[in-house]
Structure formats: structure tokens, C-alpha cells
Design a protein around this ligand. Structure first.
Ligand code: SAM
Ligand code: SF4
Length: 325
């Protein structure tokens, strides 16, 4: 799959549910109306879609949500997709809030998953509960421990929020280094509908990296993954630190990815409405029709996104993972 700007699409983020057991303030409204089950792709449809994508050159797949581990039977989906590793698929990964990780860590490893991204915006129980509106920190920390014990490499994703956790970034970095996890800091993006004004907590990460550079040596990692993060090796700590900065840094020119929502809508870009609806095509049209839909998506994949923090963008991403990469 090569788009009209010559970018080869090898990476897919696949949302397996719009549901979540948390309500992070920057991501979801407190009272959510989730989709009826009939609108969500079945596991059979997800696997069929995954096979079509692999046949067209996708090599890495990341499962996400909502919260992927709240979907019933997720371990069976992981096992099925895991069978594709080494047969077209190079890697299967998952992004999770960690609340169910203790239960599923071993299943994930057994399925062939070797790396997970776990979202953790604070290591202070009260703050964590405030940001997620209901999360219990020990449960997530227990999940992270179980993941590591099961042999999964853990990367922590921390959304940097002015006035909520910006004073904890150094502490998180040191904790990650001590625990052997990498860390990626994420700028809040104007995605999905939330009740609060996200710009109140918007924290530009260029200022954070300048602050960290006063204390640590950040050595840029030159190879890019095709994803939105820029990585640095923190010399003193021996960990890799990522920055996802959609608003202060552009990452579109090397973009190698597309995103599939839980309802089978495929977006060429997170910050655009350009999309194709695959669910009904999958249910009635057959493989040829799905291929034609992908061709249309690639022909129209935008050159880049256009996020502005104050802009009221449509809720293009409510049913998909934003970053986590
Ligand atoms: C949407 S979640 C889905 C997977 C899982 N529930 C989790 O939280 O990791 C994926 C990632 O997107 C991040 N995220 C969600 N909404 C965001 C926003 N508006 N701006 C920046 N990152 C966001 C989350 O912090 C998380 O790291
Ligand atoms: S960021 Fe993840 S855990 Fe938080 S509400 Fe969104 S989907 Fe749920």
C-alpha cells in the first residue's frame, strides 16, 4: 500500500472497542454513550480485515481502543492475530490503560505479543483518580508489574498536562529508569469530545524537553519509526524517551500508518476526516470490494494533519487510539 505521496503503509492501529473502564479527562466525557455491539466489528471480521491488510503489506499491528482489554474474549483475538506473526506480520502490540493487565499479561505473551504501551499519567493515587476520573493506581501498577513478569517490555505513555502532572515528569522518568521501562510524553490533542477545555491543560513539550535537558543528556535517536514520536536516549538513565508533539512538531512526512476504528472506519490520518467505511463492505462486499475501498483511502490520504489546540475539530478519533505508539 503506497499513498499518493509515496509513503508505504506498513503499520495499522486497530481499535477493538470504543468502551473503556476509565474516563480520562482529555479523552472521554464522564457520561459516555457507547456503541451497540452490532456496530462493532466481530472478532471474525477483525481477523479477516487483518489478513487483507497483511496481504497488502502491513507488517506491524497495534491493538487499542477505547480500552482493548475490556473487550470480552480479547485473549482469543490476540491468539488468532498472534498466529500471523512470522507469516506476514512482524509484530503485534497493544496499548492499554493497564487496569486489566494483571489478568491478561500471560495470555498476551502467549499470543506472541512482546511489547505493550501502558498509559500512566501520574504515580500519585489522588491525581491518578482525578485525571482518569475513576482509576485506582495500585491496580495499574500491579498490571505493569505482571506485564514485566510475563516477559513483556513496557513503555509508559504519559500525557503531559499543565497544572495536573507537569511537576511529575522528572519523577516519572526516574521511576521508569529504575523499573526498566521506556517513557513517551504526549501533548494533549484536540480529539474526541470531552466536557472540559483541553487548552487549559495544554503543555507544549518543547518547553519540557528544554527543562529536561538542563538535567539530563538527551541524545536524539536518528532512525524514525514512521510514527508520531521523536525519540531520545537519556544518557544518564539508559532509557529511551519519546515525545509526541502534534502541535509543536510535525511528523507527517514519514507517516506509514492508518487507523481502523472499532466500527471498521479506516482513517488515513488522525487529524483529518478522510476515511472509508469498511464494516458494511466486509459484511456484504467481499475481499475485492475491501481492496477497492483501501485503494480509495490511499489515493486520498492527506499529506499531513492540521491540529490547532483551540480549534473545535470533529470527533474523528473517539473510537480509536490516538497515539500510544
Ligand atoms: C485512546 S488510548 C487507548 C488505549 C488505552 N485505553 C490507553 O489509555 O492506553 C491511547 C493513548 O491515547 C492517549 N490519549 C487519549 N486522548 C488523548 C488526547 N486528547 N491527547 C493526547 N493523547 C491522548 C492516551 O493517554 C493513551 O496513551
Ligand atoms: S485514554 Fe485510554 S484509558 Fe483513558 S479514557 Fe481514553 S481510552 Fe480510556
Amino acid at each position: 500500500m503506497i499513498d499518493s505521496f509515496g509513503r508505504r503503509i506498513t503499520y495499522v492501529r486497530l481499535s477493538v472497542t470504543d468502551r473503556c473502564d476509565l474516563r480520562c479527562r482529555y479523552c472521554m466525557a464522564e457520561r459516555m454513550q457507547f456503541l451497540p455491539r452490532s456496530e462493532i466489528l466481530t472478532f471474525e471480521e477483525i481477523v479477516e480485515l487483518a489478513d487483507l491488510l497483511i496481504a497488502r503489506g502491513v507488517r506491524r499491528m497495534r491493538l487499542t481502543g477505547g480500552e482493548p482489554l475490556v473487550r470480552k474474549g480479547i485473549e482469543m483475538l490476540c491468539a488468532s492475530l498472534g498466529e500471523r506473526i512470522g507469516h506476514g506480520l512482524d509484530e503485534l502490540t497493544l496499548t492499554t490503560n493497564g487496569t486489566q493487565l494483571a489478568r491478561f499479561a500471560q495470555d498476551l505473551h502467549r499470543a506472541g505479543i512482546r511489547r505493550v504501551n501502558v498509559s500512566l499519567d501520574s504515580r500519585q493515587p489522588d491525581r491518578f483518580r482525578h485525571i482518569t476520573r475513576r482509576g485506582e493506581l495500585p491496580q495499574v501498577l500491579g498490571g505493569i508489574e505482571a506485564a514485566a513478569a510475563a516477559g513483556l517490555a513496557v513503555k509508559i505513555n504519559m500525557v503531559a498536562l499543565k497544572g495536573l502532572n507537569d511537576d511529575e515528569i522528572e519523577d516519572m522518568l526516574l521511576w521508569c529508569a529504575a523499573e526498566g521501562h521506556d517513557l513517551t510524553l504526549i501533548e494533549t490533542m484536540p480529539l474526541g469530545e470531552v466536557e472540559e477545555d483541553r487548552s487549559d491543560h495544554y503543555l507544549p513539550l518543547d518547553a519540557v524537553s528544554r527543562r529536561l535537558e538542563q538535567r539530563f543528556t538527551l541524545v536524539p535517536v536518528l532512525s524514525r519509526t514512521g510514527g508520531p514520536a521523536r525519540y531520545y536516549d537519556v544518557k544518564e538513565l539508559g532509557l529511551r524517551l519519546g515525545f509526541i508533539t502534534p502541535l509543536t512538531g510535525n511528523f507527517c512526512e514519514g507517516c506509514n500508518r492508518i487507523r481502523v476504528t472499532a466500527t471498521g472506519t479506516v482513517f488515513g490520518c488522525l487529524g483529518h476526516d478522510q476515511k472509508v467505511e469498511l464494516r458494511d463492505v466486509l459484511r456484504s462486499g467481499g475481499a475485492g470490494a475491501v481492496d477497492r475501498a483501501f485503494d480509495a483511502l490511499l489515493a486520498g490520504k492527506p499529506k499531513g494533519h492540521d491540529f490547532r489546540i483551540a480549534a473545535a475539530r470533529p470527533a474523528v478519533a473517539r473510537h480509536m487510539s490516538v497515539t500510544g505508539g
